[in-house]
Design a protein around this ligand. Structure first.
Ligand SMILES: Cc1ncc(COP(=O)(O)O)c(C=O)c1O
Length: 397
């Protein structure tokens, strides 16, 4: 769908590394260059026309993001530089004050580094414990295992909505309902879900949601924190400076602004945020439900084709997203990716930043094929042809 909007696809590339970042439609470059060429100025600072326009376009994106995820209000949306930045700001701006020694946070072993390392750091700093929800035989999170992992000390569950390696979709709504009944808060890492499906934060009930613009056709260097209304007054900044303060004097007295400005110290990525707004409008026009269904259709097709090749091991046949993780018998995943690149096919090899998942998969590295709406069955056929090449090993040597 819509592949004509992407110059890189038109140039002949087959791009299956959408879990890492997506391609950008022309509309993004146009919106960004319009800002730089026609109204480049700081947002929220000027009293002149172009700065007012920059501020208004910037704030307009906040409204668009709020609508995208059905946030009650735009003040619950802060812009960051990406999911990593968002999670760090929540862990150190909220949970550092909320948690105390001995409290437990539940993760899984398939979380991305950005949802593990901040918790390790906080554990070292204030003595909380990091524990893991067991994954089932399909590497999925089940309610049964969530309940089993919860103890009287559990205070937070911090999970990706969709894992970036095995692509399993976690039952976040059910988990949140249960967690809240036990007084446990939920941080949902939406980096791999918000770009691919309709998300409703009020329906999910999560306390925090984070995601990155660059994984949904947007610019690099822009991310989002959604904060549930109940916590708006309890999140503290971890970066201090202009834009987030209302007043300060030479005695050190200072008054900070409230959310969302509170978490946006310094000049933000104005061009990127503005571009992100245009990209969300573009995605909305296609329709997130349509995008989701197209990906599931492609996934089914890809799996059925891969299964015809006995040399291919699929690690997540039963997941429900556009992420398919494989290995080719006796070929190192990196070599496979380099081989596919010779056919102009981009895939991702490695641990995909989920370095503790190796304990579950019993394998450290895999090759990941991650789909998006602009991928087609014809592209999958080319990938499968390359994988079915009887001389594949010779070509790799
Ligand atoms: C599930 C998940 N969480 C977090 C991140 C980190 O996102 P970013 O690098 O945009 O900060 C990624 C990136 O791959 C991801 O897949």
């Amino acid at each position: 769908m819509n592949s004509e909007d992407f110059d890189m696809i038109q140039s002949g590339i087959i791009y299956f590394d959408n879990g890492a970042t997506t391609l950008k439609p022309r509309v993004l470059g146009e919106a960004i260059s319009d800002y730089y060429n026609h109204y480049s100025s700081n947002a929220h600072r000027g009293d002149y026309e172009i700065s007012i326009k920059a501020s208004s376009e910037y704030e307009n994106t906040r409204d668009i993001v709020a609508e995208l995820i059905n946030s009650k209000s735009s003040k619950q949306i802060s812009f960051t530089s990406g999911t990593t930045d968002s999670i760090n700001k929540i862990v150190f701006g909220f949970f550092r004050h909320y948690l105390k020694k001995g409290d437990e946070v539940l993760l899984t072993k398939s979380e991305h580094a950005s949802n593990v390392l901040p918790w390790f750091e906080l554990a070292d700093e204030i003595g909380i414990k990091v524990k893991y929800i067991e994954l089932d035989s399909n590497h999925k999170v089940t309610m049964e295992n969530v309940k089993k992992a919860i103890t009287a000390n559990t205070k937070v569950i911090s999970l990706a909505h969709v894992s970036n390696v095995v692509g399993d979709v976690r039952p976040i709504k059910e988990i949140t309902e249960y967690a809240h009944s036990k007084g446990i808060l939920v941080l949902c890492d939406g980096a791999q879900s918000v770009p691919h499906m309709k998300i409703d934060v009020q329906d999910l009930g999560v306390d925090f949601l984070t995601f990155s613009a660059h994984k949904m056709c947007g610019p690099t260097g822009v991310g989002v924190i959604y904060v549930k209304e109940d916590h708006l007054d309890n999140i503290k900044p971890i970066i201090f400076g202009g834009g987030m303060n209302a007043e300060f004097d030479n005695t050190g007295t200072r008054i900070y602004k409230s959310m969302p400005d509170l978490l946006e110290a310094g000049t933000p990525n104005i061009a990127g945020v503005i571009g992100f707004g245009y990209v969300i409008k573009y995605l909305n026009k296609i329709g997130l439900d349509k995008i989701h269904n197209h990906e599931l259709d492609l996934r089914e097709y890809l799996i059925s084709k891969l299964k015809e090749n006995p040399n291919i091991e699929i690690y997540n046949e039963n997941s429900e997203s556009g992420i398919v993780t494989i290995n080719y018998k006796d070929i190192f995943p990196q070599d496979l990716s380099i081989y596919l690149d010779k056919h102009h096919i981009c895939t991702r090899a490695g641990s995909h930043c989920a370095k503790i998942l190796k304990d579950e998969l019993k394998i450290k590295n895999t090759c990941r094929i991650s789909l998006y709406f602009y991928n087609t069955k014809e592209e999958i056929d080319k990938l499968v042809d390359a994988l079915n090449n009887p001389n594949i090993k010779m070509e790799i040597i």
